[in-house]
Write a protein that binds this ligand. Structure first.
Ligand SMILES: *Cc1c(COP(=O)(O)O)cnc(C)c1O
Length: 402
């Protein structure tokens, strides 16, 4: 029998995280909205054991979303209400929620219309569901705005080419690259006109800003608990309109050909149960905080705009994407830092190094010409420390600062 030497197993003990919130200001865009509340941190320990949510699984319902102790069933209802949708489920990730949508609403070979700034996992979820992609184009620099009217053209195009409407239309509410906020209601209207289900990917929006699914005309909303709901990975949110429940949350019909076993209570696209432990509980424990924090979105926006304004004081540095910012994910382009990197002994890594020395992490190491950052949830003092550090580094590199 193969044996792993003790010395090697030792490395798995006492694991520590270097970039803890107490030690660093972490500007990584994917990490800001997922910082846990202290309630969630406590809940993680309490429910850390395996299937810890399943102590009181009701024998007659036998499903995660039916559990009353802890109040998971109520949480699903509150989650739906918070997004102004009818029904909600917690799944493992936003991408799983997209996959469930694609696979339950589409037949292999059908089309899904997506924006061309969609996350890679949108494309891959469609691929696994055997759907084809039709992209809505975006404009060039500096705004890279999506042409939302083109959703109608692309739906028509699919109809012309296949004689069939697309199975689903997806819009990325805020894209991961420029942090542009899209007018979801406009796409919602187009989808309604064609009678095509509208999937809004709110990975970067629900949980940090107020979202009203009905107002936006969304038939399905998906989001990411570890990105935007102060929850541990993996957690995803799938919220839908009543009309889609029969299709998307259909019950299992499979029968064992020999045993004749059946599982008629299980929602088969969810493979029965989904997040049956600590990550779900972290999402629930942060929920009261999340409900309250979305109201403070205007202050978060103001802070992001302030950061942009300060960074743009640096020679050759500008914000890409729509101005002023409608989201806290910021994409900067800096000819100034790039110029400095050309003669620096650490080349492109100097910016990362200099920030880290000042207790700031989360920019991609090696990048100077283009970098992304997100000040969401940081205190004013920390944002000041970030701006001061950037301006200091620019000064040291002999860049002009206005
Ligand atoms: C981050 C992101 C995702 C991925 O979310 P997971 O929960 O990790 O699957 C999907 N879509 C968009 C637009 C994202 O920004």
């Amino acid at each position: 029998m193969p044996r792993i030497p003790k010395e090697r197993l030792g490395r798995y003990l006492g694991l520590k995280r270097e970039f803890k919130e107490e030690h660093y200001i972490n500007l990584n865009p994917i990490q800001r909205g997922g910082v846990l509340t202290s309630e969630a941190r406590k809940a993680l320990l309490e429910f850390g054991d395996g299937y810890s949510t399943c102590d009181w699984c009701p024998p007659k319902a036998a499903r995660l979303d039916a559990i009353e102790r802890p109040p998971i069933a109520q949480f699903m209802r509150d989650l739906a209400e918070f997004l102004n949708m009818d029904v909600a489920r917690v799944v493992t990730r936003c991408r799983e929620a997209k996959f469930i949508t694609f696979t339950t609403l589409g037949e292999p070979g059908d089309y899904v219309v997506v924006d061309s700034l969609a996350h890679y996992s949108t494309y891959i979820a469609a691929e696994l569901a055997r759907l084809k992609i039709k992209e809505v184009p975006h404009g060039g620099p500096p705004e890279f705005k999506l042409d939302l009217d083109a959703y109608a053209d692309k739906i028509e195009e699919v109809k012309r080419e296949t004689g069939k409407l697309p199975a689903v239309v997806l819009l990325t509410h805020v894209d991961y690259l420029y942090g542009n906020l899209n007018d979801a209601a406009a796409v919602g209207k187009i989808c309604k006109k064609y009678g095509v289900p509208f999937l809004l990917n709110a990975a970067y929006t629900a949980g940090v800003m107020p979202i009203d699914g009905k107002k936006l005309g969304a038939d399905i909303i998906v989001s990411s608990g570890h990105k935007s709901w102060a929850a541990s990975a993996p957690t995803g949110i799938l919220a839908l309109k009543e009309e889609l429940v029969d299709k998307m949350l259909a019950r299992s019909k499979v029968v064992g050909d020999w045993s004749e076993r059946k599982f008629g209570l299980k929602e088969y696209a969810l493979l029965g149960c989904t997040v049956m432990g600590a990550p779900l509980i972290s999402l629930m424990a942060s929920f009261p905080h999340v409900v309250e924090r979305v109201e403070r979105w205007p202050q978060e926006l103001e802070q992001a705009r302030y950061l942009v304004e300060q960074l743009e004081r640096i020679e050759g540095t500008r914000q890409l994407g729509v101005k002023p910012k409608q989201h806290t994910l910021i994409h900067m382009e800096s000819d100034g830092f790039y110029k400095a990197s050309q003669t620096h002994k650490r080349r492109g890594f100097f910016l990362y190094d200099e920030l880290k020395r000042r207790g700031i992490v989360g920019l991609q190491p090696g990048l100077t010409k283009h970098f992304k950052l997100n000040p969401y949830g940081l205190s004013r003092e920390k944002v000041e420390q970030v701006t001061k550090s950037f301006l200091e580094i620019a000064n040291e590199q002999k860049l002009k600062v206005d």
